[in-house]
Write a protein of this length. Structure first.
Length: 276
């Protein structure tokens, strides 16, 4: 039997950071049905009053990232009056940084992490590049990429590419098809890290079959044939081994986990270059 918990997430910015922290924390518990109430962009007392009314109707844990002292004080006071826990999730990190750096945090301003600085525009550039170089398109420009992902169809190349782009990496990807060899450019790249993606054959067939069903296409083709798929995977693995490309198995990995493994490979490569 699951435990039902109302989780109120309040932020005076987009609330993206808060939502990720809450999601990671909830995942540590079994049998919990979290009912999330998401309240971003809180910029006025009237707005907060409406939210407090909703919290009173659905009491639960209150997590917040509010930098305005008056707004914080009001929320904490009212939550205490309702006997509800209210936690400023970034405070422990901010306090630890303040102690380590020997300086106080800057004057509070909501959404400072979303400032349109050089890193922001580099991330936008990475996303645009990645979208324009999906599925083997524009391979002539692959040398400009940070990462090139290679793998057979339905090994999460595109979603992993987009996730990495949101982290600031320019990513290209190419599907590997035995009957249609990749362009020679793939084997001549110097700047990008080429990473091979593999997965369990049975899982791959299941994913492909669901894809065909969603498209109302015949569910029995070479695309989902056991022997044909095994040949595809053998071709891909041989290509990875022959070229010394690192491989990430995405069978039991989420997109985030696969991307983290790829980022680790990038970091290791960067360290090797610096040490050489």
């Amino acid at each position: 039997m699951s435990t039902r918990l109302h989780l109120h997430l309040l932020s005076d910015s987009t609330g993206e950071t808060l939502e990720m922290i809450a999601k990671a924390a909830i995942a540590q518990f079994e049998g919990v049905e979290a009912v999330k109430h998401f309240w971003p962009m809180i910029r006025s007392g009237a707005n907060l009053e409406r939210i407090l009314s909703e919290i009173a109707q659905n009491p639960g844990l209150v997590l917040f990232t509010l930098v305005n002292p008056e707004t914080r004080r009001t929320l904490e006071t009212r939550c205490r009056a309702m006997n509800l826990p209210a936690l400023a999730v970034l405070d422990p990190v901010t306090h630890a940084l303040s102690n380590m750096l020997g300086q106080a945090a800057v004057v509070a301003r909501p959404g400072r992490q979303h400032i349109l600085d050089a890193a922001y525009f580099a991330r936008v550039d990475a996303i645009q590049f990645t979208i324009a170089h999906d599925d083997g398109v524009s391979w002539e420009n692959w040398e400009e990429a940070d990462i090139v992902l290679a793998g057979v169809s339905r090994t999460s190349k595109t979603p992993t590419s987009i996730y990495l782009a949101n982290r600031g990496y320019k990513v290209a990807n190419i599907p590997l098809v035995p009957e249609s060899p990749p362009p020679p450019k793939l084997f001549q790249l110097e700047h990008p890290l080429v990473v091979g993606l593999t997965t369990n054959i049975e899982r791959l067939i299941a994913i492909r079959r669901n894809r065909l069903l969603s498209l109302n296409q015949a569910p029995e083709t070479d695309y989902v044939d056991q022997e044909a798929v095994a040949r595809e995977m053998a071709y891909a693995r041989r290509l990875f081994a022959d070229n010394g490309w690192p491989v990430v198995d995405v069978t039991r990995r989420s997109i985030e986990e696969a991307a983290a493994a790829i980022i680790n490979l990038c970091n290791e490569r960067r360290e090797e270059v610096q040490c050489s």
